[in-house]
Write a protein that binds this ligand. Structure first.
Ligand SMILES: CC(C)(COP(=O)(O)OP(=O)(O)OC[C@H]1O[C@@H](n2cnc3c(N)ncnc32)[C@H](O)[C@@H]1OP(=O)(O)O)[C@@H](O)C(=O)NCCC(=O)NCCS
Length: 375
């Protein structure tokens, strides 16, 4: 066995592809830390703004720092009228993830510091990206629905509340805002996942931060990654009611279907984020969906999948039905994941560029050996 064979791991499983100070996962203890803080504490106590600051700067903000950071986010919430009107003309059958990608690419063209690439400008651009993701998502959502994009509001709404307001045209109630904030915090970061790694690879060429985030959005769209939250809800809808779960799963497993929202590359004994969301859902279900079939469908499917396949739900599983109970259209679930993860993506790009080396692995060649030209 030569050295290349020994080092090869399909899907890069187990490969250490870089160093980071942003986030660590311990599958054995099922812990997930952002800059040393446990996700359990962050999702309970931190706002998305505090979390984004923590990820970008490495420390939780002081009250003054948070104030300044929030003011900047609020000031950057809007998108340019030129961009909004181009988005309004996008084909209505486009997927919102593609519209988000195209919308952010348009915003990048107008970024006031698009041609300057220092650590300081990258952090400012990061804040602008994080701030504009909800309006970019909402702009296409409204265009598609034939409704008007609501005017951007100020600091009276935090990032989570403002995101729901932009999407739904009305301020969410306190409980919905709290649960939604927790999902954004939970989505904000997850180490070297596929989209974050894509962002790091892209910017390791010294390309710009917007290009890194655009690459990440493309990677997140796939159903094996962020696209799973939309697919999980489509699965619940296909099942329809709790009494259908057993028969549905039997058929699905016979057809060797992948059950979306189960399994994880890093967590083989359960995703702590799914467990935490499951624990916090009780109050929300009581308030919003005592008669909703989705939690019962999800619980039965989870029990069967654990028993029959030894597979546990991942983060996208509980989020799917929580968002459904918030009346969010299924195809906006993955863009919302991107709204949260933009904090982690940009933090990783900034970290990558602070100590950059081009990411360029090798491949194990399995093609034809050298042969003579015989044309
Ligand atoms: C997340 C995921 C891509 C991890 O993939 P991975 O680490 O490469 O694991 P594998 O795909 O090799 O899975 C190992 C085995 O479990 C099975 N498996 C994994 N996830 C499964 C799922 N959701 N449904 C059915 N079977 C699954 C695989 O088919 C494979 O079986 P095999 O050994 O008989 O071929 C995978 O679990 C998956 O596709 N899940 C569904 C999509 C999803 O929810 N993604 C969001 C992740 S946060």
């Amino acid at each position: 066995m030569n050295a290349a064979t020994v080092a090869y791991s399909p899907g890069l499983e187990g490969v250490i592809a870089g160093t980071t100070k942003i986030c660590t996962i311990n599958p054995e203890t099922q812990t997930l830390l952002y800059r040393g803080y446990d996700i359990q504490d962050l999702m309970q106590y931190a706002s998305f703004e505090q979390t984004a600051y923590l990820l970008l700067y490495g420390e939780l903000p002081t009250p003054n720092e948070l104030d300044l950071f929030t003011q900047t986010l609020v000031a950057e919430r809007g998108i340019r009228p030129e961009v909004a009107s181009i988005i309004a003309g996008f084909p209505k059958d486009a997927h919102p993830m593609d519209a988000l990608k195209a919308g952010l690419a348009l915003e990048a063209l107008y970024d006031p510091e698009k041609n300057v690439h220092t650590n300081e400008t990258n952090i400012r651009k990061a804040i602008r990206i994080i701030a504009k993701m909800p309006a970019l998502t909402a702009a296409f959502s409204h265009a598609k629905a034939g409704t008007s994009l609501p005017p951007v509001l100020g600091a009276e709404l935090n990032h989570a509340e403002h995101t729901l307001y932009m999407l739904q045209g009305q301020k969410p109630d306190a409980l919905t805002a709290k649960v939604f904030n927790s999902t954004l915090v939970i989505y904000a970061e997850h180490s070297f996942n596929a989209s974050t790694f894509s962002a790091r690879v892209t910017t390791s060429t010294l390309s710009d931060i917007h290009s890194g985030v655009l690459a990440a959005i493309g990677a997140l769209k796939g159903p094996l990654h962020g696209g799973a939250n939309e697919q999980a809800m489509l699965t619940f809808l296909e099942i329809g009611s709790p009494e259908n779960v057993d028969a549905w799963l039997e058929t699905a497993l016979t057809e060797k279907r992948k059950i979306m929202g189960f399994g994880h590359r890093a967590y083989k004994n359960g995703d702590p984020r799914a467990k935490l969301l499951r624990e916090m859902r009780a109050e929300f279900i009581t308030a919003k969906g005592a008669n909703s079939p989705w939690p019962a469908i999800a619980d039965r499917l989870e029990a069967l999948m654990t028993e029959k396949k030894g597979l546990f739900p991942n983060v996208d599983y509980p989020i799917a039905y929580l968002y459904y109970m918030m009346n969010i259209p299924t195809e906006v679930y993955t863009p919302i994941f991107a709204i949260g993860r933009s904090a982690g993506w940009t933090a990783h790009v900034v970290e990558q560029l602070a100590n950059n080396r081009l990411i360029r692995p090798k491949a194990l060649y399995e093609g034809h050996p050298q042969r003579p030209w015989n044309g």
